[in-house]
Write a protein that binds this ligand. Structure first.
Ligand SMILES: Nc1nc2c(ncn2[C@@H]2O[C@H](COP(=O)(O)OP(=O)(O)OP(=O)(O)O)[C@@H](O)[C@H]2O)c(=O)[nH]1
Ligand SMILES: [Mg+2]
Length: 453
């Protein structure tokens, strides 16, 4: 758990109220004093600590508790809300679907965790079905590229770099064309030992070429409230869009750095909570404070559960698919789950035996687009038609195409592809099932240009 000490002090203070008989001014004053002490120990700026204390006091004494809450619950909720607004507002997650490729550039001073975070982010997006590329533009630190290569190998994503070119822009240009085929490009940059003009110039120069969709400042949490100065400098000169706060696992001053960033209006998007590749979490102020106060971090938990569920779901679907019995209804169910699971490409990766097959990813992507239209067609079919697509002939064709607003030619194509897939299923069922056989079969089908469903 991160910020152990701060969390423990805050929880202890709140526990005390749970045990008091009444909530009166004395109790509120005592609570506020303890919260302020805990925040100062976590290196939160004293002025801000004073303000939050005043706010909690005012609200607790002036606002009326809603009927559904006891006075104690109401007070705890005020503390929760004020701490949330102290460290950030709303949801600051990154929407990578708005552009392809989506480029994320990591910036920051020496040793703050840029390269490590690049690897962690690659892992984060890869497990969410995105095709990720890492590129090192660091020509300063010896072995920076090797470090990134090792991380890339661990996550199994492609890594680009050529430090001998000696110039970040040249390195990026060398691979620019190749990088276009990825969903996400993560650019690792060089640091410096202190804030300086030359670093900002280098970063701005790189960004002139890559036009990053997100420029994330990687900041070590153990600098406490001095994070404000760094965040402000990078924000003002490099158009930073967010912060990744690293090493929150090993410092008592993390509270101070989180609050300091919030002051500069640079949202914290991720937090690093360990050295391992998966020790990265999205930062949601509400969930974070909830967890700190021991209310349970529902949101993060749900997110984690969802990712785990998707993996399992995809695996089950893969098995069903391999068994060979499927009709349009199954296809429909699969497609509805598809969005949740990520993509067809990911599904393919999860089917044993097919992951190594040489199926063109572009072809799969084309299929995915077509399947969006199929959804409309299928929505206009009756359950019977979905179960037995052979019924769909004559006037049924017109009814379905009119009802769905789709061209009848698309409907015929869907039916044709369904038949082809069914044939393929039969072949699969008859196959001996070794991985080699499967791959051979897929390659053959690819050559014949038989579309994979
Ligand atoms: N405990 C902990 N260690 C971290 C975290 N993030 C990074 N580190 C460690 O911090 C050290 C420096 O990380 P790097 O990723 O090399 O930092 P960098 O910003 O790329 O450094 P330069 O390339 O020199 O500018 C490494 O030992 C990492 O393992 C984190 O969230 N928690
Ligand atoms: Mg580095």
């Amino acid at each position: 758990m991160v910020l152990d000490k701060l969390g423990e002090s805050l929880r202890n203070s709140l526990n005390k109220i749970k045990n008091t008989m009444f909530v009166d001014e004395k109790v509120v004053n005592e609570l506020v004093k303890e919260i302020q002490r805990a925040l100062i120990q976590a290196d939160v700026n004293v002025k801000l600590v004073f303000t939050i204390g005043k706010k909690i006091k005012e609200r607790a004494l002036q606002e009326k508790a809603p009927i559904s809450l006891s006075k104690k619950e109401f007070l705890i909720n005020i503390v929760y809300e004020e701490l949330v607004s102290l460290i950030g507002q709303g949801d600051s997650s990154i929407d990578t679907s708005k552009k392809k490729p989506f480029t994320i550039m990591l910036v920051g001073l020496f040793g703050n965790g840029k390269t490590t975070t690049a690897g962690k982010l690659a892992n984060y997006f890869k497990t969410r079905s995105q095709k990720v590329a890492l590129i090192s533009t660091d020509t300063w630190r010896p072995a920076a590229f090797t470090q990134l290569q090792q991380l890339g190998k661990q996550v199994k994503v492609d890594v680009f770099g050529k430090p001998e070119l000696g110039d970040p822009v040249k390195i990026y240009k060398e691979y620019e064309k190749e990088l276009q085929k990825y969903d996400i490009i993560i650019v690792d940059t060089a640091g410096r030992d202190a804030l300086n003009e030359e670093l900002f110039e280098e970063l701005n120069n790189i960004n002139k070429h890559i036009h990053a969709d997100e420029t994330l400042l990687v900041l070590n949490a153990d600098i406490g409230q001095s994070a404000e100065k760094q965040a402000k400098a990078f924000h003002d000169t490099c158009h930073v869009t967010g912060v990744v706060m690293t090493k929150l696992d090993g410092t008592a001053r993390g509270g101070g750095s989180l609050v300091a960033c919030a002051v500069t209006q640079t949202p914290i998007k991720f937090i690093g909570v360990g050295e391992k590749i998966d020790a990265l979490e999205t930062f949601k102020p509400k969930g974070f404070v909830g967890r700190l106060l021991g209310m349970g971090d529902l949101e993060s938990l749900l997110e984690k559960a969802q990712a785990a569920f998707d993996e399992q779901d995809a695996e089950d679907m893969g098995k069903k698919f391999l068994k060979g019995d499927f009709n349009l209804l199954d296809l429909y169910t699969q497609m509805s789950s598809m969005k949740k699971m990520g993509s067809l490409t990911k599904l393919i990766d999860m089917i044993p035996g097919l992951s190594g097959a040489n199926i063109s990813k572009d072809m799969l992507r084309g299929q995915e687009e077509k399947m969006e239209n199929w959804k409309f067609l299928m929505n206009s079919m009756t359950k019977k038609e979905l179960e037995d697509p052979d019924l769909i002939r004559g006037s049924r064709l017109d009814r379905i195409s009119e009802g769905s607003g789709q061209d009848v030619r698309d409907l015929r194509l869907l039916l044709k592809q369904y038949k082809q897939s069914k044939k393929m299923m039969k072949m699969m069922k008859g196959a001996t099932g070794t991985e080699k056989d499967m791959q051979k079969m897929m390659q053959k089908m690819n050559q014949k240009n038989v579309k994979f469903r």
